[in-house]
Ligand binder design. Structure first.
Ligand SMILES: *Cc1c(COP(=O)(O)O)cnc(C)c1O
Length: 373
């Protein structure tokens, strides 16, 4: 219900009810604890409001990408366990411990750095051990995990809160890679049994894993994009009834008639095929609305799909209403979301812009006010 300080008519509208619904639907399906991923400004939905809402809805843990995102949540009085998923830099470790943020430990060296900082502070560090099972991003290779896990188990300054890996191909239900990663991860985790150490919570599933691969659910899941009601990839399957939480709307700021043969926007790439009615919408690539949608994307005005014409500018773009289309200044323009009987999904925008929905959502930047319903 919070209104933005800005009255900018271009805004991201977040349906908190949809977020609650999606969290509940995911839990109902997986029946293990959920770590809600809120990195990158909660996929464009707003880091703090989304985290606070998910916490109120009983999310078990939250995941962010880097230290500063975690600190922002602690400053906003978010109390649930927070895991920072990214790689760490040694000098940051004390800050993690001071803010009670769980650390991803992804190598033996980093384990030693965490230990040293914890000992210096006289406070145990909460860590999740990161195993690489095929992503080759961060983590100890599953085939080298023995000494790593042994060192962590032996350390009195390390509290092992979890052990995890990340899936490379789970968006695609037909990829054989996921089964391979599950097997490699199980083998790495077996070191805890071999050492007679308690098995920490094991987690592996991102949204793709949650949607398609029940044997990745283990002891906790880490959904990001599906929590926001968006599918990771065109080949992903909607196995859980989630709905999009985000809409992107603006308003018509200008109306004119463009004469047949005249051109619209930079580069004069679009030529009016007839006398036609053109409106201008005050949002552009400077807000994260992709320039790749130039003369390709569509918007909804008065319940109709209308084409974006000419190049998208930094702060504005133009829409062709046709020879007898009507629209007035201040009419609502829907870029993502529903209007009348029509809808434009983030997934559809991503396909037209030749990218993935993640990039569309996280690209919507801080110039755009967020409104929560
Ligand atoms: C971003 C991220 C996730 C969530 O990914 P989605 O595909 O959005 O569900 C989960 N785990 C890790 C380690 C991540 O970096």
């Amino acid at each position: 219900m919070s209104e933005p300080a800005s009255q900018r008519p271009t805004r991201v509208v977040v349906d908190l009810g949809a977020l609650s619904h999606n969290l509940a639907a995911i839990r109902e399906r997986v029946r293990v604890p959920v770590m809600g991923i809120v990195k990158a400004n909660a996929y464009g939905h707003g880091l703090v409001p989304v985290a606070q809402h998910l916490e109120a809805q009983g999310v078990d843990q939250l995941g962010v990408a880097f230290l500063e995102e975690g600190i922002a949540l602690r400053r906003a009085r978010v109390k649930v366990p927070i895991l920072v998923l990214g790689g760490i830099f040694g000098p940051q470790v004390a800050e993690f411990i001071r803010h009670d943020l769980d650390i991803t430990v992804s190598s033996l060296d980093k384990l030693r750095q965490v230990e040293a900082a914890a000992e210096a502070l006289g406070r145990k560090a909460g860590v999740h051990l990161k195993i690489d099972t095929g992503m080759e991003r961060i983590g100890v290779h599953s085939y080298s995990a023995g000494p790593f896990i042994e060192a962590a188990v032996a350390s009195k300054w390390i509290a092992i809160k979890g052990v995890y890996s990340h899936l490379a191909c789970a968006d695609d239900p037909s990829s054989p890679m996921t089964a391979l990663q599950v097997k490699r991860f199980a083998k790495a985790c077996a070191h805890f049994d071999r050492l007679g150490a308690p098995m920490p919570p094991r987690h592996l599933a991102n949204s793709g894993g949650v949607l398609h691969f029940p044997d990745t659910w283990l002891d906790m899941v880490r959904p990001g994009i599906v929590l926001y009601g968006v599918l990771p990839d065109p080949v992903s399957q909607r196995t859980i009834d989630v709905r999009p939480a985000l809409s992107l709307v603006s308003q018509v700021v200008y109306f004119k008639v463009v004469r047949s043969g005249n051109t619209v926007s930079y580069g004069a790439t679009w030529i009016a095929p007839r006398d036609t009615r053109i409106v201008t919408v005050p949002i552009g690539y400077g807000d994260g609305w992709p320039r790749a949608l130039s003369s390709k994307g569509e918007v909804l005005i008065r319940g109709n799909r209308m084409p974006i014409v000419g190049r998208i500018c930094m702060d504005q773009f133009m829409v062709d209403l046709g020879a007898d289309g009507t629209a007035y200044n201040e009419d609502e323009v829907v870029l993502v979301g529903a209007q009348g009987g029509e809808a434009i999904s983030t997934e559809a925008v991503a396909q037209v812009a030749d990218t993935i929905p993640y990039e569309i959502l996280t690209g919507l930047n801080e110039r755009i006010p967020r409104v929560y319903r």
